[in-house]
Design a protein around this ligand. Structure first.
Ligand SMILES: NC(=O)c1ccc[n+]([C@@H]2O[C@H](COP(=O)([O-])OP(=O)(O)OC[C@H]3O[C@@H](n4cnc5c(N)ncnc54)[C@H](OP(=O)(O)O)[C@@H]3O)[C@@H](O)[C@H]2O)c1
Length: 244
């Protein structure tokens, strides 16, 4: 799949929480885009502080079968060039990006069950993989562990319940690290779920996406439980490095 420059129009803006926004972009040129579930697109923009051009990558959160539209998810990062660019886009406005790119995508790994582990907006590429898996004639048994902070950070819960209803071999657990009183679901970080619920990784293919400490800590835990393919996607934060 070659990397293309794409023009798209903002079709839908949805505030999922107080600081997470979903953006649906309809492709104009080309009209469709072929990508693998888990890949990303990137935007170029001037850094608000230095004026230098910087690039920011966002995973495609929608599934490849919807090739005329891509969904992106982002946190609003104060002063972050990428999220500022995306956050300022209005419905109907046009934007350009390059893509698809990236090696974090759903593999075949015949015979292996899928374990997805995400923190925060790291759910974006994993959502694409989950939707693609559900559309397969025989979806692979899959488990999602997703770590968020508190009740006000929850989103996509109804959608996940819908996927569970559609695919009996799919399990999703959202765990809150800082729940407010009244939460009856799982609490703690995703690491707790790995420790308590995964006895062996022998028959698994694992996909990790989110903040880098979560990825490193999860890798250590998983490696203690045996050998299996582990795929991961780390994003730098939108603040940018000092030389940006
Ligand atoms: N938007 C996209 O397309 C996209 C795609 C791929 C990746 N990403 C990246 O995904 C990341 C999401 O940020 P975030 O995960 O930090 O979200 P967050 O909303 O800041 O945190 C989510 C959860 O991660 C937990 N956490 C922090 N350190 C952890 C660790 N060492 N082990 C386990 N859990 C840990 C937090 O627990 P505590 O409350 O205890 O801190 C919290 O419950 C960002 O770095 C973003 O760049 C985004």
């Amino acid at each position: 799949m070659p990397i293309e420059t794409c023009t798209a129009q903002v079709e839908l803006i949805k505030n999922l929480t107080h600081d997470v926004r979903q953006l649906d972009l309809r492709l104009i040129e080309p009209r469709t885009i072929a990508f693998k579930p888990g890949q990303f697109v990137s935007f170029e923009m001037p850094h608000p502080r230095t004026g230098h051009l910087v690039t920011r990558a966002y995973s495609i959160a929608s599934q490849p079968s919807r090739s005329d539209l891509i969904t992106l998810l982002f946190n609003q990062v104060p002063g972050g060039p990428g999220s500022s660019l995306l956050f300022d886009l209005k419905a109907g406005e046009k934007t350009q990006f390059k893509g698809p790119a990236g090696h974090f995508y759903l593999r075949e790994d015949p015979g292996r069950e899928l374990l997805f582990i995400a923190s925060g907006t790291g759910i974006a590429p994993i959502r694409s993989m989950l939707l693609a898996n559900t559309e397969r004639p025989n979806p692979r048994p899959a488990t999602l562990f997703w770590g968020l902070r508190s009740q006000r950070d929850l989103y996509y819960q109804r959608e996940l319940a819908g996927l569970i209803g559609q695919t009996p071999t799919f399990t999703a657990i959202t765990t809150l690290s800082r729940p407010e009183p009244g939460w009856s679901g799982e609490s703690g970080r995703v690491l707790r779920l790995i420790e308590e619920r995964i006895a062996s990784v022998k028959n698994l293919a694992v996909y990790l996406c989110g903040n880098s400490a979560m990825i490193t800590d999860s890798m250590h835990l998983l490696q203690k439980k045996g050998l299996c393919p582990i795929y991961r996607e780390k994003y730098y934060d939108d603040i940018g490095s000092p030389e940006d």
